[in-house]
Design a protein around this ligand. Structure first.
Ligand code: ZN
Ligand code: FE
Length: 265
């Protein structure tokens, strides 16, 4: 499969997801129509026959669904996916998903994980197409080296959602909703200074951004090695933030989330 990141607004990513066999495609989180339609024109120019059949919304926030209406109308997209509980909050939504739901985009198989925490209706889209490694679109729940703010959920809920993502195949490529990687890694280095994976990722991200490229995708295995929100049992993180050894994983997650909210890199 082909995934094309589309930079939107100041630091958002929408994505063009294309099935290589059928040329059927989906747009993930069209923040605004302009960059999405331009990216599509370039790709249609190259391939001739890409047909967008669906919009996949990860959650209801405006910087993720702001382009739903204009993109759906401009391209005649009939299917707009989102969680069932986001009914009324996602413009043009026509498909109301629950945990475990599946559908296809051409020959691509898509399955849904309900991952509340950033918002209560957040979902991840896991896309597979043999023999490629799977990809996952995580919206604002899991970022490269970080996670979203806890606007609507509670700590056990958000921690449970991250654990659900953590159980995906380690080779799964992670495409998230924002380019926050460098700031996230500054926090990761602050809370876990002796983690070499954090330092390596920091160097790599700095180089990639200097070249003007996106830091997505990472892989899930990489996230497990440096993302503090997937490493709540790390003794070093707990020591840095004064989290008791006896604290539950959800409580440790909460403390790390609060520390990140107040962190000035
Ligand atoms: Zn959001
Ligand atoms: Fe966002």
């Amino acid at each position: 499969m082909r995934v094309v990141p589309i930079a939107c607004l100041s630091d958002n990513y929408a994505y063009l997801l294309v099935c290589p066999e059928t040329k059927q495609a989906a747009i993930v989180d069209p923040s605004e129509p302009g960059p999405v339609l331009r990216a599509l024109e370039e790709n249609i120019g190259r391939n001739g026959d890409v047909k967008v059949v669906a919009i996949l919304s990860t959650h209801h926030h405006h910087d993720h669904v702001g382009g739903n209406e204009a993109v759906a109308e401009a391209l005649g997209v009939g299917r707009v996916y989102g969680h069932v509980s986001d009914k009324g909050r996602i413009p043009k939504q026509s498909e109301f998903l629950e945990e475990g739901a599946t559908f296809t985009i051409g020959a691509l198989s898509v399955s849904i994980l309900h991952i509340p925490g950033h918002t209560t209706g957040a979902v991840a889209y896991v896309v597979t197409h043999e023999p490629n490694d799977p990809v996952v679109f995580t919206g604002d729940t899991l970022f490269v080296a970080g996670c979203g703010r806890m606007f609507e959920g509670d700590p056990p809920m958000f921690h449970g959602s991250l654990q659900k993502l953590a159980k995906l195949d380690g080779r799964t490529q992670v495409y998230c909703g924002h380019e926050y990687t460098e700031a996230n890694l500054r926090f990761a280095a602050h809370v876990e200074p002796s983690n070499q994976a954090v330092l390596r990722a920091k160097d790599r991200a700095a180089q990639v951004r200097k070249d003007g490229r996106p830091t997505v995708p990472s892989t899930l295995a990489e996230e497990l090695s440096y993302n503090p929100f997937l490493r709540v049992d790390s003794p070093e993180i707990r020591k840095t933030l004064g989290i008791a050894e006896s604290a539950s994983p959800a409580d440790a997650f909460h403390a790390i989330r609060k520390a990140k909210d107040g962190f000035k890199a």
